[in-house]
Design a protein around this ligand. Structure first.
Ligand SMILES: *[C@@H]1O[C@H](CO)[C@@H](O)[C@H](O)[C@H]1NC(C)=O
Ligand SMILES: *[C@@H]1O[C@H](CO)[C@@H](O)[C@H](O)[C@H]1NC(C)=O
Ligand SMILES: *[C@@H]1O[C@H](CO)[C@@H](O)[C@H](O)[C@H]1NC(C)=O
Ligand SMILES: *[C@@H]1O[C@H](CO)[C@@H](O)[C@H](O)[C@H]1NC(C)=O
Length: 644
C-alpha cells in the first residue's frame, strides 16, 4: 500500500482514539512477550527463546454470527449486508468507522464465533462497541475445535443477578466482572480481556501453566443481553426498533443511503466497531515466524504453523528433530531467555533418528539419554558405535565412515563360527576364533609347533621345537639344535631385527608364537643376580642349567620344553639331564610368560616344584638368568663353597 495513503488514513482516525488504541495493543503485547517488536531486526532465536509476531487472530478469518452476513429473507430490515461480521475484523487503523451490526431483534441474543484451524495463543481480546455495551456477555474458548467450551470471563452489569456469581470488583479473581458493562459511554465503549492478568504471577509465557491459559482453537462471544442508552436532551433517540424503521426520519438532513440507515442502526441491539483477538501461533519459544497451514491466507492473517528453530520440529515445535533427542524436549524459558535447544544424538553418522530413554538418561547421570534408532552400515549400539556380530572395525577407516565395519573374513576350516552361516571375529581386531593349534587373523594355518591343518584344528608337534606344518615330520638334520630365538614373553623385539640364530629360514610374521598378540602385556620385571651369595640365600627347590627348546601356548597356560644340561640342586622330584617341561605360572594372569624364556636360549633356572602334579614351576620369584661363561664360573665357585 502507498505509504502516503497509509499516513492519510491513520491521520483520519481521531488522534485521541488512535493513541489510546495503539497504547492498549502495545501494553498488552509487551507485558507478556517483551521484545516481540525487535523480532523483525534479526533472528532472536539464535541461542535465545523467541516468539513469532503478534497479530489479530480474527483478521483474515471468517467471523460467524447467528445470521452470518446474509440478510434474513423474512426480516424487514436489511442492515447486515452493509455491516457484515467482517467489518469487525478489518484493520481498525485504516477502517476505524466500519462496524458490524447484529441482525437479531432487540431482546434477542447473538453470538460471534472465531474458528481457528490450529491451536493458537490468545493474549487478550478488545471489543469496541458502537452500540451500548451488553448488559450481559460471556467470553468462551474451546481447545478441542468446538467440542467443549470453557468460560473465560463473564461480563455483566450485575454479576449476581445475571449469573449468580460474585463480581471481581468486590472479590478479586472472580470469573465475572461488572467493569465493562456500564451503559455509558453509549458508543465506543470497550470490553477488554487478558488471558493472563497482570496480577497472576505468571512471568514465563512458555510455562505449562501459561500455555494452558493462553491456547485455544475457537473463541466465542455470547452477547446475552443488550441495553439501551438513556435518552439525553440534545439527542433524539428511536427507542423502539420495531417501529417506523422504513419511514423517513424526521431529522434527516439528507436522504443518502448512509444517513437513512444510520437511524435504523441506532436501534440495533449489538453493533461492534472492532474485535481484536490479539495472539500468535503457538511455538513454545522456538520460532519467530509462522506459515499458513494452507496457502492463500493473506499477509495480515496470523499463521499457525511454526518455522521451528532450536532443532525442534512439529507444527508447534512441540518435539525435537528426529536426530536431536539426546535430552527430553523442553519449551524455551521465557523468563531467563534460555532456548532449551534440543541436543543432537551421537550416532556416528549411522542413524537418521534417535529416541530418548529415561533409563539411559539416569545411567549417564543426566548427561545423555539418546538411543540411536536402526543403526545402518552394519553397526549396533546406543550410538551405533560397534560393529554388528560378523563384522569388525576397519583399521584405516574412521568410525563415521559408512564402511567402518567390514565383514569378518575367517577360514571356514580353521575357525569356530558362532552360528552356522556367519563367521565371527573380534569386533575390534578382526581376529577370528581359531580352533586349537590354529593361528593367524583368519585362522588359516597352524601355529608354530603344530601341524596338520584341518577340521579338528592342528596337532601338537612331537618334535622338541617344531615340525613340518603339513606332514608333522621332525626336521631331520640337526634335530633339536635347530633353535629359533622367538621370545614368548617380555619385550618383543622388532620383527625386522629378528634374526634366526642358526638358520637362514625366517619365520613368517604370523607364525611367530602367539605371545606376539599380547605385546602390550608382556613387560617383565627382571630379577637380577648380584652375587653368588644371593643364589645361596634363595631357597629354590631346583637349580638347573637348561636350554629352551619350544614354548606352547595352551590357551589357559604355557608349556616350555627345556633340555636340562646340568642339575645343581633338585628337590623331591627326581631330576635328570634330558628333556623336561617347565610351567611358567604367570601365563594365565598376565597373558604372557614372565620371566622371559626365549626358545633357543640357555639359562640358569631356579624355582619351586609342585609335588602333586610333578611339575617344575617358573614363578615371578624364580631365577631366570641367561647363561654366560661368567655365570658358569660363579656357579662353579658356589658349588665349591657348597652352598648350592
Ligand atoms: C453461519 O455459518 C456457519 C458456518 O458456515 C453455519 O454453520 C451456520 O448455519 C450459518 N448460520 C446461518 C444463520 O446461516
Ligand atoms: C444486583 O442485583 C441484586 C438482586 O437483584 C441486588 O440485590 C443488588 O443490589 C444488585 N447489585 C448492584 C451492584 O446493583
Ligand atoms: C411508533 O412510533 C409512534 C411515534 O413515533 C408511536 O405513536 C407508535 O405508538 C409507535 N408504534 C408502536 C407499535 O410502538
Ligand atoms: C526459567 O528460568 C528461571 C530463571 O533462571 C528459573 O527460575 C525457572 O525455573 C526456569 N523455568 C523452567 C521451566 O525451567
Amino acid at each position: 500500500m502507498d505509504k502516503h495513503l497509509v499516513y492519510r488514513m491513520i491521520s483520519m482516525i481521531p488522534a485521541r482514539q488512535r493513541a489510546r488504541f495503539v497504547m492498549r495493543i502495545l501494553n498488552c503485547a509487551f507485558f507478556l512477550f517483551p521484545g516481540f517488536l525487535q523480532g523483525f531486526k534479526e533472528s532472536r532465536c539464535v541461542e535465545y527463546a523467541c516468539s513469532p509476531p503478534m497479530g489479530n487472530l480474527a483478521s483474515g478469518r471468517t467471523l460467524f454470527t447467528l445470521f452470518n452476513s446474509s440478510c434474513l429473507p423474512t426480516h424487514p430490515r436489511c442492515v447486515t449486508d452493509l455491516h457484515p461480521p467482517s467489518m469487525m475484523s478489518d484493520d481498525p487503523f485504516f477502517h476505524p468507522d466500519t462496524w458490524w451490526a447484529s441482525a437479531v431483534a432487540a431482546g434477542e441474543k447473538d453470538e460471534i464465533r472465531l474458528d481457528l484451524e490450529k491451536r493458537f495463543c490468545l493474549t487478550h481480546v478488545v471489543l469496541s462497541f458502537r452500540s451500548p455495551r451488553p448488559a450481559a456477555m460471556m467470553l468462551e474458548r474451546s481447545q478441542d475445535f468446538g467440542q467443549t467450551w470453557e468460560t473465560l470471563k463473564l461480563f455483566a452489569r450485575n454479576c449476581s443477578e445475571m449469573f449468580g456469581v460474585p463480581d471481581d470488583a468486590s472479590q478479586a479473581g472472580a470469573l465475572c466482572t461488572s467493569r465493562y458493562s456500564n451503559v455509558v459511554p453509549c458508543s465506543r465503549g470497550e470490553i477488554i480481556f487478558r488471558s493472563i492478568g497482570l496480577g497472576s504471577g505468571i512471568v514465563d509465557p512458555y510455562s505449562p501453566e501459561a500455555v494452558s491459559r493462553l491456547t485455544l482453537t475457537n473463541l466465542r462471544i455470547q452477547l446475552l443481553k443488550s441495553q439501551q442508552c438513556p435518552p439525553s436532551k440534545g439527542q433524539r433517540s428511536i427507542l423502539d426498533p420495531s417501529n417506523a424503521s422504513f419511514l423517513p426520519t424526521v431529522h434527516s438532513r439528507s436522504l443518502t443511503a448512509l444517513t437513512s440507515t444510520s437511524a435504523q442502526l441506532d436501534s440495533v441491539p449489538f453493533a461492534i466497531y472492532y474485535l481484536v483477538a490479539k495472539g500468535m501461533c503457538l511455538c513454545h519459544g522456538h520460532a519467530e515466524n509462522c506459515l499458513p497451514k494452507n496457502k492463500g491466507q493473506d499477509s495480515n492473517t496470523v499463521s499457525g504453523v511454526c518455522v521451528c528453530t532450536h532443532h525442534t520440529a512439529g507444527e508447534h515445535c512441540e518435539r525435537c528433530e528426529p536426530l536431536y533427542n539426546d535430552r527430553p524436549w523442553r519449551a524455551a524459558n521465557g523468563s531467563s531467555g534460555e532456548s532449551n535447544t534440543c541436543q543432537k544424538c551421537e550416532c556416528n553418522g549411522h542413524a537418521e533418528s534417535c529416541h530418548f530413554s529415561q533409563r539411559v538418561w539416569l545411567s549417564t547421570g543426566g548427561s545423555s539419554g539418546g538411543v540411536c534408532d536402526s543403526c545402518q552400515h552394519n553397526t549396533v549400539g546406543r550410538r551405533c558405535q560397534r560393529c554388528c556380530p560378523g563384522y569388525h572395525r576397519h583399521p584405516a577407516r574412521p568410525l563415521n565412515s559408512p564402511h567402518a565395519c567390514t565383514r569378518c573374513l575367517c577360514d571356514p576350516v580353521g575357525s569356530v563360527s558362532m552360528s552356522s552361516e556367519t563367521p565371527w571375529c573380534h569386533p575390534r581386531s578382526g581376529q577370528c576364533h581359531c580352533k586349537p593349534g590354529v593361528g593367524g587373523t583368519t585362522c588359516s594355518h597352524c601355529l608354530p609347533g603344530y601341524w596338520g591343518f584341518g577340521e579338528e584344528g592342528c596337532k601338537v608337534c612331537v618334535c622338541p621345537l617344531t615340525c613340518d606344518p603339513i606332514t608333522g615330520h621332525c626336521p631331520d638334520s640337526r634335530g633339536n639344535v635347530k633353535l629359533y630365538n622367538v621370545p614368548i614373553g617380555g619385550k618383543i623385539p622388532e620383527l625386522s631385527h629378528f634374526k634366526p640364530q642358526e638358520d637362514e629360514r625366517v619365520w613368517p610374521k604370523e607364525l611367530a608364537v602367539s605371545a606376539l598378540y599380547f605385546t602390550g602385556k608382556c613387560s617383565c620385571k627382571e630379577k637380577r643376580l648380584k652375587s653368588m651369595s644371593d643364589l645361596c640365600k634363595m631357597k629354590h627347590a631346583y637349580v638347573i642349567k637348561a636350554s629352551v627348546l619350544t614354548a606352547h601356548d595352551k590357551g589357559t597356560h604355557a608349556v616350555v620344553q627345556v633340555k636340562v644340561r646340568k642339575v645343581f640342586r633338585s628337590g623331591k622330584l627326581p631330576l635328570l639331564q634330558g628333556t623336561h617341561n617347565v610351567y611358567p605360572l604367570s601365563w594365565t594372569s598376565r597373558g604372557c610368560t614372565c620371566p622371559i624364556l626365549n626358545p633357543g636360549g640357555s639359562y640358569l633356572l631356579a624355582g619351586p616344584e609342585e609335588l602333586n602334579t610333578g611339575r617344575l614351576l617358573v614363578t615371578m620369584q624364580s631365577l631366570v638368568v641367561p647363561w654366560t661363561p661368567t655365570l658358569g664360573f660363579q656357579v662353579t665357585e658356589a658349588l665349591h663353597q657348597a652352598c648350592l
